[in-house]
Design a protein around this ligand. Structure first.
Ligand SMILES: [Zn+2]
Length: 142
């Protein structure tokens, strides 16, 4: 029994180390169309951004253009970053010294979403709602 437990302990190590090594974040000004989405650092270095379809929709939201943006995910190569899946809430804007998570809010229906577009209930365009990541998803917008 002890041996088995030790084996499981050691077997779980490489995956944990790999996760710790690959997890990263990147910050810069959000560059948008006509060029592919990327972060541009103050020194002018460009970090191309990849992500799932929902994440791509956020990256193309013109309301976020040129904002001080931060993403969580993994560095694939120098200058190439893959953003974590949309359900991991990996997209942030820095404003007034605060790191705010990117969400969308319909005040009519009190529905929150993480992708821009029409409200799933009333079909009105949802408002961009940058908010404290510590708030619960169901808390209303302030
Ligand atoms: Zn609505």
């Amino acid at each position: 029994m002890l041996n088995r437990r030790l084996f499981l302990l050691f077997a779980s190590w490489p995956a944990a180390l790999l996760r710790a090594k690959s997890a990263a974040s990147a910050r810069g000004r959000l560059r948008q169309a006509p060029l592919p989405p990327a972060l541009v650092t103050p020194s002018g270095r460009v970090m191309a951004l990849e992500g799932d379809d929902a994440t791509q929709k956020v990256l193309h939201d013109p309301r976020l253009k040129d904002l001080d943006f931060e993403v969580d995910g993994a560095l694939l190569a120098p200058g190439r970053f893959r953003i974590a899946p949309i359900h991991e809430r990996a997209l942030f804007v820095w404003r007034g010294g605060r790191k705010l998570v990117v969400t969308y809010w319909c005040a009519t229906c009190s529905i929150r979403a993480w992708v821009p577009g029409p409200c799933q209930c009333c079909q009105e365009d949802m408002a961009l709602d940058l908010r404290d990541p510590a708030l619960k998803d169901t808390d209303p917008s302030d």
